[in-house]
Write a protein that binds this ligand. Sequence first.
Ligand SMILES: Cc1cc2nc3c(=O)[nH]c(=O)nc-3n(C[C@H](O)[C@H](O)[C@H](O)COP(=O)(O)O)c2cc1C
Length: 199
Amino acid sequence: MTGKTVSFLSLAATAALAATFALASGAAAQTAPASGEDILVLYYSDSGNTKAVAEYIHSRVGGDIAQIVADPPYPQDRTQKTELAKTEQSEHASHGFSASVQDLSKYRTIIIGYPIWWGDMPMPVYGFLEANDFSGKTVAPFCTSGGSGLGETVTKLQSSLSGAKVLDGLGVRAADAANSGEAALKWLGDSGIAVRDAG
Ligand SMILES: Cc1cc2nc3c(=O)[nH]c(=O)nc-3n(C[C@H](O)[C@H](O)[C@H](O)COP(=O)(O)O)c2cc1C
């Protein structure tokens, strides 16, 4: 494992230990009416950073929230996990998944969040994308990462999701995951997604 790998993994571990997702202070809600009914916040999260951001976004846009889970789970051992993930990414080998949403037909906007693994999306996310019909939907992607950011993932999403409109993405550093509310609200506003007052 490279020094860079160790450093982003330790950043990740630090951020994952953050117990709560703190609301950014002073972030103003947009005044447009919430239109949450047809929004799905969908995420994959291994160590909790992406989950924290997804749950915050869901609290502000409404609609439904669902999780993609690796099935079988990745090894708990960090070295084994990162090596397996690396092999899968390089071979674009599928990894099984389950998801807490089966039918996307009622959603017009899907906000999808994922951690960056080796510069890319984890393979269970690709599995979900390939198994579902996103045509006609607007897809707003966000990631958490140790620092490398969205990379080519937005372009890859657009190629994977024929017929969908993929918007510009939001990249959140793992170390900032618990405190990214203000950036998330700005991104949602720029994406034309209405947010409601914090309640
Ligand atoms: C297998 C693996 C590969 C990773 N690869 C990268 C990477 O290429 N670039 C990066 O900045 N962070 C990388 N990270 C760090 C994660 O993207 C980061 O910790 C993220 O916030 C984890 O999200 P989660 O807690 O929702 O799982 C990697 C983490 C793992 C476990």
